[in-house]
Design a protein around this ligand. Structure first.
Ligand code: SAH
Length: 251
């Protein structure tokens, strides 16, 4: 059996209990060494075989899984954050289906949640934005044209931009082209939840400058939106005059 497991954003204790149990029992672990905290391998039992997928192709990863399966071994495929975002799990699952190798998937805490915690922020503030756009700039991996950053920016919603730390001038240009103001609050969170985490507050217009000042070139998220500002409405749910299924509002 192959277990896809989300490792969480970095801190070793931000993997789920289920994920940690699977790691402890695994005979083989294939981990995404470019981003997964190697400290998580401390959960592995003596004699567990460990592979770093950063140095492997898809075919090599599948080959290791295939051999483990033939030997009746349990494999954990450990992906950073939650594997459903930029995790390249679908192509693995499709090949496993072809080989009739069973698998399951354990979710993880994505880095976008880690970044919100680092910022002590709420992405969905009433009166500010009730939507979060998770996206990236096109780089060596293309992004479908209809999903260009400027078009998403035009909604005015909270934005979480992955995989784009090397392209910050273009990120600013596209955000502004989409109608966001150069003065709108933005932030860069580097290695959210790792011991060397950095949180940098800036504006849409100063993203590149702020990253350069802090020498941040990778492993960061760009956050944009009014949720980083000071004005918002109170929630209805906890308003004394609001009646819910569980509480009678005061008139
Ligand atoms: N599946 C992962 C994302 C993998 S793509 C998740 O759910 O978080 C890799 C990108 O994620 C990085 O380029 C960076 O933009 C972001 N990232 C991953 N871990 C991060 C962290 N701890 N802090 C900030 N950004 C992170």
């Amino acid at each position: 059996m192959i277990h896809f497991v989300g490792a969480g954003p970095g801190a070793e204790d931000l993997i789920t209990l289920r994920g940690a149990e699977l790691l402890k029992k695994a005979d083989v672990i294939i981990y995404a060494g470019s981003l997964v905290n190697p400290g998580l391998l401390g959960y592995a039992r003596e004699g567990c075989r460990i592979y770093n997928s950063a140095e492997m192709t898809l075919e090599e990863v599948i080959q290791v899984m295939k051999e483990a399966e033939a030997g009746g071994l349990d494999t954990v495929r450990l992906h950073t954050g939650d594997a459903s975002l930029y995790g390249a799990i679908r192509e693995q699952m499709d090949l496993l289906d072809e080989l009739q190798i069973p698998y399951d998937d354990t979710p993880g805490v994505s880095s976008f949640s880690g970044a919100a915690a680092a910022l002590q922020a709420e992405y969905t503030l009433p009166g500010v934005s009730q939507s979060v756009v998770i996206t990236r700039m096109a780089g060596r991996t293309p992004v479908p044209e209809k999903e260009n950053l400027a078009s998403f920016a035009s909604h005015g919603s909270t934005m979480v931009i992955f995989l784009s730390t090397g392209l910050l001038e273009e990120v600013s240009r596209q955000l502004i082209a989409g109608g966001r103001s150069a003065d709108e609050p933005a932030a860069i969170v580097y290695k959210a939840t790792w011991p060397d985490e950095k949180v940098v507050h800036c504006t849409v217009g100063t993203l590149a400058e702020a990253a350069a000042r802090e020498s941040i070139t990778k492993t960061a998220l760009i956050l944009v939106g009014g949720f980083l500002g000071d004005t918002y409405d109170r929630s209805k749910l906890y308003d004394p005059s609001f009646t819910t299924e569980f509480r009678e509002g005061v008139k």
